[in-house]
Design a protein around this ligand. Structure first.
Ligand code: BGC
Length: 351
C-alpha cells in the first residue's frame, strides 16, 4: 500500500475525527490572530501613549514595559520613568553589574546597545567614552549610567574609545576616530562625548541632543557645582552629526592633558554655532575620584595651541585623521562596544 492510499484509507475511516481536528485547529489559529491585536487580560496595569497617527496600549509591570500590542508610536516627549534626583550613586562599585546584560537576565544587548521595547525612541544616541586603563571607573560608569539612559528612553549604544600603546593620551584624536567608527553602526541623531569619571546625579538631565551643541556637565561637585570659567566645556558635550562635521570635530594636535576642550569651544564659535547649557540645578555630576590618575601632566604646549592657527577647523580635525598613525580594532563586549586605537605620536611633529 502506498503512502497516499494509506492516508486516503484512514481519512475515509475516521472522517468525523479529521473534521473535528480541522475545526479545532482553525479555532486555535483564529484565536491567535485575534490576541495579537488585542490587549491580553494579564492583570497588569496598562498605559496608553499617542502619536499623531496612532494610539497604542502597552502592558506594564511596575512601570516596566512588558508587551507591545500594536505598531510602535513615538515615546513621549518626557519619559514617564524619570524620578529626578537620584538617591544613590554607588561610586565604590568596582565590578561590572552583569545583571544589566541580556545574557544575565537584563536588557542591554551585546555591545552596550538598548532601545525601548514599546515605543520608538525620540533620539538615537552614540555615547563615546574616551578611555585608558581606568577599569574601575568604567565599571562604575556603566553600572550607574546604563539605567539612566534607559529611563530616558534613548535608543543608544555605548562606545568605549580606548587609546592603547604608550604614547601620550590624545582625547581629540581618539574622539574623531571613534566618531567615524560609530557611523558604521547607525545613523545617530546625537553624539555624546562623555568623560568616564562623571556620574549624573539626576535622571532628568536629558542626553538627547537639542538643536545646538550643548555642554552638559555644568555643575560638578569637584567645582562646588559652579562653572569655573565661561569657556569651559570639558567633561560632556552633545553634538548632532551635522554640527560635529561642521566644526570638523576636535583638533588632533593636543597630546597630553588639557586644552583640547578649550580649543573645541573656539571651533564652535568660529563656525557660528551657539553653545547652550542646561540649568545647573539639573545638570549635576559627581566626579569619580577613585583611581583617578593622570598619566600625562598638565601640558604647557597644549595651552599654547588653544588659539593656534593650526588647530582651526579648516586645518585639522575629522578631515585629517588619515594623517595620524594608528591601528584600530573594534569588538563588542557585554555592556559596551570597545574601540581600541593604537595611536602613535610622530616624534618632533604635532599631527
Ligand atoms: C584645561 C581644560 C580642562 C579645564 C578643567 C583647563 O585648564 O585646559 O582642558 O577641562 O582646565 O579641568
Amino acid at each position: 500500500m502506498t503512502l497516499c492510499s494509506m492516508i486516503l484509507y484512514y481519512v475515509r475511516r475516521f472522517k468525523r475525527g479529521f473534521v473535528l481536528v480541522f475545526i479545532l485547529y482553525s479555532v486555535m489559529v483564529i484565536r491567535k490572530l485575534c490576541c495579537d491585536f488585542s490587549i491580553e487580560e494579564t492583570g497588569l496595569s496598562t498605559k496608553t501613549y499617542s502619536n499623531r497617527e496612532k494610539w497604542i496600549t502597552v502592558n506594564t509591570t511596575n512601570g516596566t514595559p512588558a508587551n507591545v500590542v500594536e505598531l510602535l508610536a513615538h515615546c513621549p516627549d518626557v519619559s514617564p520613568f524619570l524620578v529626578g534626583q537620584l538617591e544613590f550613586v554607588d561610586i565604590n562599585a568596582t565590578s561590572l553589574n552583569l545583571n544589566l546584560s541580556i545574557y544575565y537576565g537584563g536588557e542591554v544587548e551585546l555591545g552596550g546597545f538598548w532601545r525601548p521595547k514599546y515605543c520608538n525612541a525620540r533620539k538615537k544616541v552614540a555615547f563615546l567614552i574616551p578611555f585608558r586603563n581606568r577599569w574601575e571607573q568604567l565599571n562604575t560608569f556603566l553600572n550607574h549610567m546604563h539605567p539612566i539612559f534607559q529611563k530616558q528612553q534613548l535608543d543608544y549604544r555605548i562606545f568605549v574609545i580606548e587609546q592603547t600603546g604608550k604614547d601620550k593620551f590624545n582625547k581629540g584624536a581618539i574622539y574623531n576616530i571613534g566618531f567615524k567608527e560609530t557611523l558604521k553602526y547607525d545613523d545617530y541623531d546625537c553624539h555624546v562625548f562623555h568623560d568616564v569619571d562623571l556620574l549624573c546625579e539626576t535622571d532628568t538631565n536629558y542626553y538627547g541632543c537639542p538643536n545646538s551643541p550643548m555642554h552638559l556637565s555644568v555643575g560638578i561637585d569637584k567645582f562646588n557645582y559652579t562653572l569655573p570659567y565661561k569657556g569651559l566645556i570639558g567633561g560632556i558635550q552633545l553634538f548632532s552629526k551635522e554640527h560635529y562635521l561642521k566644526i570638523n570635530g576636535y583638533s588632533n594636535q593636543f597630546w597630553g592633558w588639557g586644552g583640547e576642550d578649550d580649543n573645541l569651544f573656539r571651533r564652535i564659535r568660529m563656525k557660528g554655532l551657539k553653545l547652550i547649557r542646561p540649568s545647573i540645578d539639573v545638570a549635576r555630576y559627581k566626579m569619580n575620584q577613585n583611581n583617578h590618575f593622570r598619566s600625562d601632566g598638565w601640558s604647557q604646549a597644549n595651552h599654547r595651541l588653544i588659539y593656534n592657527r593650526r588647530t582651526r577647523p579648516v586645518v585639522d580635525g575629522l578631515t585629517t585623521i588619515d594623517k595620524l598613525h594608528f591601528t584600530i580594532e573594534t569588538r563588542e563586549s557585554l555592556l559596551y562596544t570597545l574601540v581600541s586605537i593604537d595611536l602613535r605620536q610622530r616624534k618632533g611633529r604635532r599631527t
